[in-house]
Design a protein around this ligand. Structure first.
Ligand SMILES: [Zn+2]
Length: 331
C-alpha cells in the first residue's frame, strides 16, 4: 500500500483552516508583516521576529499545580470548534498552530493526554520528519519551553524559516563517530553548542540520540535530561540537532529594566527568536543573545566532555557487539 502523503494532506489542512478560522487567518497574515531584525555571528544569521501574540507562551507558568488546574489546549474537548486535524498513523494529531512563529506552523500531539517525554518517541519524531519534508520537527523538554508539559507534543515549522537548517553545510562538525554516510558530532561555532547527527538510517539516528540523552544528567524533580531537539529530512538523510540545557530561563528573564521576557526553546536555539515585547525586540544586542544562550545551554567545555565520553562509548560498542552503525560497519 502507498504511504499516505502527509505533506500534501497538511497543506490542504492549512488552506482549509485559513479559510474557515478567523484567528488563524488574522495571525498568519500578521506574522507575514512582522518586523524582523538580524543578528550575526561569523556569517550566520539569527532572526529576531517582533511577535506580540507570543506573550502568552513567553510567560506561561509551568509549575505542576498551575498546569493541573488549567484546561489542556491540546485535548480535543478544550480546543476551539474550528480546530481540525490530520491524524498521523492513528497516534498523533497534526494541527495548525493558531499562534505561529513560522510561515507554516503545526502542533503534533498524542491523541491521549500523557506527559511530555522523549523516551520511546525519537523514532516517531524522525518518521514524522520524513513524512513532512517541508518542515523541521521541534521537541521541547517539559522544563525547556514546552507549553504543555503534561501533554506530549512536537511542533513543526517551515524548514526554510529556521536559520540553522539552512547553514548546516557551513557549520564545522567535530566528529564523535562517522563512516562514509553517517556522522555524529558536535559544533561550537553556531550561536550555542549543538550536537549533530546526519544519517540515512533511522535506527542509527535513534540510537545515537538515545546514547546522548542517556549520558546527560537528570536534575532532581525532573523526568528527563533538559534538552531541545530539532529533526528534519532532506535528500534521503535525517538531520538531528540536539541542545542539552542547563537552565529553563536565563538570569535576565523578567519585566524590570534591563531584563527580557525571553525564554529560549528549540526555535530560538535554531536561530529564530520570536520576541513578544517591542522594547525587548528593539534593544536586544548580540551580547544579550550570547548571555541568554550561555545561561541556558551547556558550555563548550561541558559539551566537549560529553562528546569525549560518547566517543569512547561508541568505540567500545563497535568493538564489542554486532552493530548496525552505518552500512559500512568496521570489520
Ligand atoms: Zn491534554
Amino acid at each position: 500500500m502507498m504511504r499516505r502523503n502527509y505533506n500534501e494532506e497538511v497543506t490542504h489542512l492549512l488552506k482549509r483552516q485559513f479559510y474557515e478560522w478567523d484567528t488563524v487567518r488574522d495571525n498568519y497574515n500578521r506574522l507575514s508583516q512582522a518586523d524582523i531584525r538580524k543578528i550575526q555571528k561569523y556569517n550566520f544569521d539569527l532572526v529576531l521576529q517582533y511577535n506580540p501574540e507570543r506573550i502568552h507562551s513567553a510567560i506561561v507558568n509551568i509549575d505542576l499545580k498551575t498546569i493541573s488546574q488549567r484546561p489542556c489546549f491540546l485535548c480535543n474537548e478544550y480546543q476551539p470548534s474550528e480546530q481540525q486535524a490530520v491524524i498521523w498513523e492513528g497516534r498523533y494529531k497534526i494541527q495548525v498552530n493558531p499562534y505561529p512563529i513560522f510561515k507554516r506552523h503545526l502542533t503534533i500531539s498524542t491523541l491521549e493526554h500523557t506527559n511530555q517525554r522523549i523516551e520511546g518517541r525519537i523514532g516517531d519524531m524522525m518518521q514524522i520528519a520524513k513524512d513532512l519534508q517541508d518542515y523541521v520537527i521541534l521537541y521541547n523538554g517539559p522544563q525547556c519551553g514546552a507549553s504543555a508539559p503534561d501533554h506530549m507534543h512536537f511542533q513543526a515549522g517551515l524548514r526554510e524559516d529556521l536559520p540553522i537548517c539552512n547553514v548546516l553545510p557551513r557549520l564545522t562538525i567535530l566528529i564523535i563517530y562517522s563512516n562514509y554516510r553517517d556522522c555524529f558530532g558536535y559544533n561550537v561555532n553556531w550561536f550555542c553548542p549543538v550536537f549533530f547527527i546526519s544519517t540515512p538510517n533511522l535506527k542509527n539516528g535513534e540510537e545515537w540520540l538515545s546514547d546522548l540523552i542517556n549520558w546527560l544528567p537528570v536534575h532532581e524533580g525532573q523526568t528527563e535530561p533538559m534538552i531541545n531537539i530539532l529533526c528534519w529530512y532532506k535528500n534521503e538523510t535525517w538531520y538531528v540537532a540536539a541542545f542539552p540545557r542547563s537552565n529553563h530561563r536565563p538570569s535576565c528573564y523578567g519585566c524590570s529594566d534591563g531584563q527580557f521576557i525571553i525564554s529560549p526553546a528549540a526555535a530560538e536555539l535554531g536561530g529564530l527568536w520570536p520576541i513578544a515585547r517591542e522594547k525587548d525586540f528593539k534593544k536586544i544586542t548580540f551580547h544579550d543573545v550570547e548571555c541568554i544562550l550561555s545561561d541556558v545551554c551547556l558550555s563548550i567545555k561541558e559539551i566537549g566532555d560529553i562528546a569525549r565520553n560518547l566517543r569512547d562509548l561508541l568505540t567500545y560498542y563497535s568493538l564489542n557487539k554486532t552493530t548496525n552503525y552505518g552500512t559500512s560497519s568496521p570489520s
